[in-house]
Design a protein around this ligand. Structure first.
Ligand SMILES: [Zn+2]
Ligand SMILES: [Zn+2]
Length: 404
């Protein structure tokens, strides 16, 4: 687990603020959901056969013999909350969340056991325009963060009407090549054949070059939907490529699946992933409800941003004189804060020590109060960048600071 210290948290806040603004523009509203959920929720939604559930969850039995776990992802809890609040007849919900997720993975570089995700879920809309908008929102988000060398990849996973026939087709193909594939692939042929296409082993990729792809086996409705999504993206001038190898592990995922990939760090990496999951609400006990969403790792997005420092205070108040001067300077600091100016007080005493504090904190201004200034009802305001200094009333000093 990882401590977020001020300089790093500044970057997180920048990512969060950018995301919040993008969600606002697309009229998505924030939800804040519990980090602890019944273990069964994830077994039923994420799936027992997945690595997340079988190996990576923090689950335990609490004092009341309840099987609970720290949420490994955000969608299952969002669906639970949507159902529990009785919103299935509300005609549509657009939600986003920002918060910690937990996976008890084996420690390795770049993996955190507590990490943060930014995600969005849209319930109640099945039309391809909605998919295009959710993809556009994702794209605009990573653009607004200034990430470089980005690529939006999309695929269609079909639906319960067309996927079984494709799956059989794929199984026949894989059966002929079984002996040439890696151990993971061989296990997946039996548990989840579509994920074989996703294997990162070069040998497997080589073997699977001409594997049948879902996009060529879509039913008419899925084909029209997928075309509609692509047309929507073209209308919105969002660049994309179709990658038929994007797969998802579970049956409730359908139609649109997408990832945003960056080559910015040398090795390519997924920064955001999502798609349609029209079957999930029903599989968790609700009525059939179309839904689409995505999630992105906040730390990972922050890592791709330029270096950023924690914000410096605007002003350091420096006092030189007796107790009356010190008290007046404390009131001045308070007055600055009430005017919205980030202010520290250097604590009085020696001027040299106080200026050292001001320099270390990298403030824009020092506001200096001595006996003469107190008598004259003025302060000295020093611009720390230019070295200029003015004697003026406190109210004028505040105006000048605001004018900066
Ligand atoms: Zn279909
Ligand atoms: Zn493989």
């Amino acid at each position: 687990m990882h401590d977020g210290l001020p300089n790093e948290v500044s970057r997180w806040q920048h990512v969060e603020a950018t995301a919040r603004e993008m969600f606002r523009r697309y009229a998505f509203n924030e939800v804040r959901l519990p980090v602890l959920e019944p273990t069964a929720l994830f077994v039923r939604s994420v799936g027992e056969a997945t690595d997340i559930v079988s190996k990576e969850m923090y689950h335990f039995v609490d004092q009341g013999d309840e099987h609970v776990c720290l949420r490994p992802e955000g969608t299952a809890g969002a669906v639970r909350a949507y159902l529990q609040a009785g919103l299935t007849r509300s005609g549509g919900q657009r939600w986003f969340y920002i918060g910690p997720m937990f996976r008890r993975e084996r420690p390795q570089k770049g993996r955190l056991r507590q990490f943060q995700q930014i995600g969005a879920e849209c319930f109640g809309r099945a039309d391809c325009q909605t998919d295009a908008e959710v993809l556009a929102m994702s794209w605009q988000l990573v653009q607004a963060l200034g990430l470089q060398q980005l690529r939006l990849e999309i695929n269609s996973l079909g639906c319960p009407a067309c996927r079984p026939a494709y799956r059989q087709h794929l199984l026949n193909y894989l059966a002929q090549r079984r002996h040439t594939l890696c151990d993971t692939c061989i296990t997946r042929i039996d548990s989840n054949p579509m994920r074989v296409l996703d294997c990162k082993e070069a040998d497997c990729q080589q073997q699977l070059q001409d594997a049948p792809e879902m996009v060529n086996h879509l039913c008419q409705a899925c084909d029209e939907h997928f075309n509609g999504v692509q047309q929507g993206l073209q209308t919105l001038d969002i660049p994309f490529v179709v990658n038929p190898r994007i797969v998802r592990g579970l049956d409730y995922y359908n139609r649109t699946a997408f990832e945003i990939i960056t080559d910015q760090l040398g090795a390519q990496g997924t920064v955001l992933a999502g798609g349609r999951y029209d079957g999930l609400v029903e599989s968790l006990g609700g009525p059939a409800t179309p839904a689409i969403g995505f999630a992105a790792g906040l730390e990972r997005l922050a890592l791709l941003l330029p270096e950023m420092q924690a914000k410096s205070p605007d002003v350091c108040v420096i006092a030189s004189g007796d107790a009356a001067v010190l008290q007046a300077s404390m009131r001045h600091a308070d007055a600055l804060r009430q005017q919205g100016i980030a202010t520290i007080h250097a604590g009085g005493g020696g001027m040299k020590r106080q200026f050292k504090i001001a320099n270390r904190e990298a403030v824009a201004y020092c506001l200096i109060l001595g006996t003469d200034e107190l008598t004259a009802e003025q302060v000295q305001l020093k611009d720390m960048n230019t070295g200029e200094q003015w004697a003026l009333p406190l109210s004028e000093a505040i105006k000048r600071i605001h004018g900066n």
